[in-house]
Every structure is written in C-alpha cells, then in structure tokens.
Ligand binder design. Structure first.
Ligand SMILES: [Zn+2]
Length: 160
C-alpha cells in the first residue's frame, strides 16, 4: 500500500519557494518564488537579492534613510528573479510565491503570461502598492489563491 502522508502539489511547490527564500541575504524580508508549467514541472526559481555579480557586502540592506542608502533601489524581487531565471516560455504558467506580489512584480507576471498566483503571506494587504497590484491582476484576469504551508525546518547538520 502506498504511503499516505505524502505532501500535495501545493505544499511541494510552496515548499520549494520557501526553501529558496532561505537564500536571501535581506535581514527583514525573505521571499521565494517557484514557477511551474502546465505539466507541473518547475521552470523558474528565485528569491530576493542583488543583481548577479554585485557584492552583497557593498550594498545597504536598510529600510530607512536616503533612497540610495536603502535596499530598495538595488534588490531584485523573488518573482522577477524567477521570471528572469525561467527555462521556458511562461505562457499559462503558475507562480508560487511566499508573499503576494508587489505592483512592479505584478507587471512582470502579467507580461510574462503567467495565469495563476498562489501565495502564502498577504502582509502588505491594503497598502497603496498592494492595491495597485490587485487592480492590475484583476484587470488582466489572473487568478490568485492563498495557501498556508507548515513550517519547513532545514538546519545544517554538523557531522565530524
Ligand atoms: Zn515585487
């Protein structure tokens, strides 16, 4: 008889998104994304971080202060990275993301042909950029649903 407590597809792909988020160097917000095609194959993964080749230690991670001294002008969001890293056409794809996309990422999601967003946190609900994001999503006919996944604990094991 087959094992009964295997994880479902939603938990599996959100789990991959959450695992990716653990790679983020951002001290305050870690976001991960995982894009799958219509055959449930992973075709893109990303987390929020600096553009390729830029040194993580040479740029600020602050949220407050002069614009150039905050993280905001420099960080590529998880969804954008997953789209840029994708290995095939994204038409009809689904994106799993640990936080509901901001308006900038929503534009990329719409433009890439992704048709469904599955997110976990919606902590920015009600903020201006979240409202703009939602408005674009609805106008473009993209579906969204929220799921909660149990915490995945991955600690490095020290073996001598
Ligand atoms: Zn974003």
């Amino acid at each position: 008889m087959k094992r009964q407590n295997y994880i479902n597809w939603d938990s599996y792909f959100m789990g991959v998104a959450k695992l990716s988020s653990l790679r983020s160097k951002d001290p305050s917000t870690q976001v991960g994304a995982c894009i799958i095609n219509q055959d449930k194959r992973i075709i893109g993964i990303g987390y929020n971080g600096l553009p390729m080749g830029m040194n993580d230690d040479d740029f600020p991670w602050e949220k407050e202060g002069d614009f150039v001294n905050t993280k905001y002008p420099y960080v590529v969001h998880a969804e954008a990275n997953a789209i840029l890293n994708s290995t095939q056409d994204l038409k009809g794809a689904t994106i799993y993301v640990t936080l509901f996309p901001c308006n900038e990422c929503m534009k990329l999601i719409i433009q890439s042909g992704i048709k469904e967003i599955i997110y976990e946190s919606n902590k920015d609900h009600g903020k201006d950029f979240n409202q703009a994001s939602l408005k674009m999503m609805q106008s473009a006919g993209i579906k969204a649903r929220q799921i909660k996944v149990d915490k995945i604990i991955l600690e490095p094991v020290n073996e001598d």
